[in-house]
Design a protein around this ligand. Sequence first.
Ligand SMILES: [Zn+2]
Ligand SMILES: [Zn+2]
Length: 214
Amino acid sequence: MRLLRSPFSADVLSLLFLAIATNTPCMAQHSRVVYLVPVGKVEKGLLKELAQSLRDKLGVAAEIGEPVEISKAAFDQGRNQYNSTRVLQGLETTRPRIGRGRVTLPLLLAVTEVDLFVPNLNFVFGEALPTKDMAIISLCRLRQEFYGKPADTTLLMERTVKEAVHELGHVWGMRHCPDPHCVMFFSNSLPDTDRKPDTFCKRCNGLLKDNVQE
Ligand SMILES: [Zn+2]
Ligand SMILES: [Zn+2]
């Protein structure tokens, strides 16, 4: 792999048009309906388990959408990876509207097996676009097999839930938290992810309550 400026990265919070100086949730209230969209081939059982975990842990209404083909335009041949921002942009039109008169856009959480990157970073576990209520996570580097180790479905699920909750936190207006015992703590590597819980610290939880529709 090409050596890039920042060798590691857990995720990217794209704050396009979002001026936040502190960890203050943005003013808009975000949906509690999370639409899980498999991008490319993703194991159905894993998605079901993720949806259930998100319902249990966050009290969201999580639904699983139809699989969507990954955007070919997002593929970078030189890196053999997909540009996560482009993948998300490709999904903008596939999100169904919900509610009365079908005017509300649910929060979209894309899940993919392909390896993701953003320019200047070797890889990302995920990316959030809060201004569009969209996020994506990749399972590729959450799998033990990626590191030449035997598969571990329990560990994979734990990591997937943490990454999903973390990215949803970003979509709900949260930034990184300095508390290593908070899911919003910035994971620079997989051991950081494994150390942190899948829950918000007291402070982040308080901020979150102001920002999400009941
Ligand atoms: Zn993050
Ligand atoms: Zn926190």
